[in-house]
Design a protein around this ligand. Structure first.
Ligand code: SF4
Length: 377
């Protein structure tokens, strides 16, 4: 029996262990200058029947896994041996469902880029069916755009919350209207605030994403200060940092090549990050840097209590001697370091130093760092 469901290309890193269920295909906006997630792909809605069929298929896959477990002598347990067996069979979707079950089968992420563009009644029907068919599910999350959310009433969002939607991930990217316009976000700071407030009021948990460096050299200060201002008004449950990478084939790559956009160097981006955090005021958000594209993944904690500790991580980096800063930046972008303490490994440190000496001789250090950074998407 070949069981499979339709899935989209991306999900937030925090949903790595979640079941991915596709509600709509691609992005109905698809214009953000830095984004290539759905480039060349047309947005479409999936029918309720298609989505319910996928839920039924997941139920079937779960049954099959438990049956296989009994037949293989694992007493109905989804264990490591069963995982290996499923992996070796080459059925990677079944393997992912097995991983989901081993993690408790508790979380679901609704794909793709803006699920809330769908009618409320449709989402409610899907959420109710999902919870009915997969009763182990405790958390259901999705992406949504602020411009879409700002058109939903608190009552609409409250209905989604009651039906089981637990968290919405919003790509705010910046709180600066200049930056938002330049990158064609299709949302203003005012809409971000309105959308964020409504989500919070409805009882749904809110994750706001900010892209460090998105203001470039021109709007560096405004990007930091306005993002801090907007976040401070919204008081989201999570603030998640991403760092700008300029991907091939994007409008931002064109703007960079034409000189319209000038990207900041790594250290400038970190100074902007510091400025932003310093100006976050009166909020109780969890600050997270949960993506390897962030230079300082250790920048995390609960505001306001951890603010000084978070800033001290940034200050530790900024106070490094110039050659050590370069060592960390290249080591991180090369994938040899994850966090600053990884520089304490003398052999890795020496390897990075040797590479820096060679790249400097060839005048290729900055170019190499930028190349390596833009490989991480
Ligand atoms: S809304 Fe999201 S998915 Fe759509 S283009 Fe913008 S960043 Fe990409």
């Amino acid at each position: 029996m070949n069981l499979s469901i339709e899935q989209g290309p991306i999900r937030p890193p925090s949903e790595a262990a979640s079941l991915l269920l596709r509600l709509t295909r691609n992005c109905p906006w698809n214009k953000c200058a830095f984004c290539r997630s759905y480039k060349g792909k047309t947005f479409s809605r999936r029918s309720i029947k298609e989505i319910k069929n996928d839920i039924d298929t997941v139920v079937e896959m779960c049954r099959l896994l438990y049956k296989t477990s009994w037949e293989s002598g694992f007493d109905g347990q989804i264990n490591r041996q069963l995982l290996t067996q499923v992996y070796q069979s080459g059925d990677y979707q079944l393997f992912n469902i097995a991983i989901w079950l081993i993690n408790g089968g508790k979380t679901v992420f609704l794909q793709d880029a803006n699920s809330l563009v769908e009618k409320n009644a449709v989402i409610v029907e899907i959420l109710e069916y999902l919870k009915e068919q997969l009763p182990s599910v405790e958390r259901i999350t999705t992406y949504a755009r602020s411009s879409t959310l700002a058109r939903k009433s608190v009552e609409d969002l409250n209905a989604l919350s009651l039906a089981g939607l637990s968290r919405i991930h919003v790509g705010m990217e910046s709180g600066s209207d200049e930056v938002l316009k330049f990158i064609e976000k299709g949302a203003t700071a005012r809409q971000h605030i309105e959308a964020g407030r409504r989500v919070k009021e409805s009882g749904i948990s809110l994750s706001e994403y900010i892209i460090l460096g998105l203001g470039g050299k021109r709007w560096a200060r405004e990007h930091a200060l306005e993002s801090a201002r907007v976040l401070s008004i919204i008081n989201p449950d999570f603030i998640r940092f991403r760092t700008l990478t300029i991907a091939k084939g994007t409008a931002l790559e064109q703007k960079t090549l034409s000189g319209e956009f000038e990207a900041e160097a790594e250290e400038e981006i970190i100074r902007g990050e510091k400025l932003l955090i310093e100006h976050l005021d009166g909020i109780q958000s969890n600050l997270v840097s949960d993506h390897s594209m962030n230079l300082l993944e250790e920048v995390k904690g609960k505001l306001p209590n951890d603010k000084l500790a978070i800033l001290s991580v940034i200050d530790r980096f900024l106070s490094l001697p110039e050659n050590e800063k370069q060592n960390f930046i290249l080591g991180k972008r090369w994938g040899l370091y994850r966090v600053m303490n990884d520089m304490l490994d003398a052999s890795q440190h020496a390897r990075v130093s040797a590479a820096i000496a060679m790249l400097k001789k060839e005048h290729k250090l900055e170019e190499t760092i930028s190349f390596l950074k833009n490989q991480v998407i």
